[in-house]
Design a protein around this ligand. Structure first.
Ligand SMILES: C[S@@+](CC[C@H](N)C(=O)[O-])C[C@H]1O[C@@H](n2cnc3c(N)ncnc32)[C@H](O)[C@@H]1O
Length: 216
C-alpha cells in the first residue's frame, strides 16, 4: 500500500457525510441479492471487510442474520454505523483494523468486500489479500467481492485503484470455485456512472492436508 490507509480513511469519514462519498448506496441491493441467493443459515458467520458506513449490516440484521462481523480501518466509519444502529449494534462484532492485520480464531461462512480490494495495487499485497481470504473462510465458505471494472473509474476517493475484469478476477481467485460474475452500474449520489464488477466464489479445499493444517 503506497499510502497511510488509517489516516486517509479516518479523515474521509471525519469530513464527509454518508451521502457525500461516491460509493454511497441507499441500500446495497446487489450484495443482498447475492447473499440471499446462496441460502446461508441465519447463524452463518459473515464478515464485511472494509464496510465503511455501508447499510449492509442493517439489512442483514433486519432479515435475521445474527453472527455478523463488521471490519474497517476507520473507527469514525464504524462509530457512525453503531450510532445508526443504536441497541442493535450490540448484536454485531466490530473490528477496527487494517484487513491485513486483524487477528481472529474465527472462520467465516461469507467474506464480503465491496470496493476495498481495488485499493490494493501491488502484486505482493494483492496476493496477501487472497491468502487472507483463504485463511479466514471455512471450507465451502463464500466470497463476494466487488471492485471497479475495466470499464469503470481509475480512481476512488482520490486514490489510484486496480480495475478488474471477469477474467482477471477469476485468475486472482483461481483457487476458488467461480460461481458467477457480472458488471453493474453504480450511480454516485451526484449522478456519475461507475461500472463495478461483482464476483461470487466458493472456497473448495481439494487438498485435505491443507484443511487439516488450517484447523489445527
Ligand atoms: C470505497 S469504501 C467502501 C465502503 C463499503 N464497503 C461500501 O460498499 O459502502 C472503502 C472502505 O474500505 C476501508 N478500507 C480501505 N483500506 C482498508 C484496509 N486496508 N483495511 C480495512 N479497511 C480498509 C475504508 O475505510 C472504507 O470504508
Amino acid at each position: 500500500m503506497t499510502y497511510d490507509a488509517k489516516e486517509h480513511w479516518e479523515n474521509i469519514y471525519q469530513t464527509k457525510k454518508s451521502n457525500e462519498v461516491s460509493w454511497h448506496q441507499k441500500k446495497p441491493k446487489t450484495s443482498l441479492n447475492l447473499i440471499s441467493g446462496i441460502n446461508l443459515d441465519k447463524g452463518a458467520k459473515i464478515i464485511d471487510i472494509g464496510a465503511g458506513d455501508s447499510k449492509l449490516v442493517d439489512n442483514l440484521l433486519a432479515v435475521g442474520f445474527r453472527n455478523i462481523t463488521v471490519l474497517d480501518v476507520s473507527s469514525n466509519a464504524l462509530n457512525r454505523v453503531k450510532k445508526r444502529l443504536g441497541n442493535r449494534a450490540n448484536d454485531v462484532k466490530w473490528i477496527v483494523s487494517d484487513l491485513m492485520e486483524f487477528k481472529t480464531n474465527n472462520r467465516y461462512d461469507l467474506w464480503h468486500d465491496r470496493a476495498v480490494l481495488h485499493f490494493l495495487t501491488e502484486e505482493e499485497e494483492i496476493n496477501r489479500y487472497v491468502e487472507r481470504v483463504r485463511q479466514l473462510l471455512k471450507p465451502n465458505g463464500y466470497l463476494i467481492v466487488s471492485t471497479f471494472s475495466e470499464n469503470g473509474p481509475k480512481k476512488c476517493s482520490g486514490l489510484y485503484i486496480k480495475q478488474y475484469s471477469e477474467d482477471s478476477m477469476k485468475k486472482l481467485f483461481s483457487g476458488f470455485e467461480h460461481i458467477k460474475s457480472f458488471e453493474e452500474e453504480h450511480l454516485t449520489p451526484w449522478g456519475d456512472s461507475q461500472i463495478f464488477i461483482y464476483g461470487l466464489f466458493k472456497e473448495v479445499i481439494k487438498d485435505e492436508s491443507r484443511r487439516f493444517r488450517l484447523y489445527c
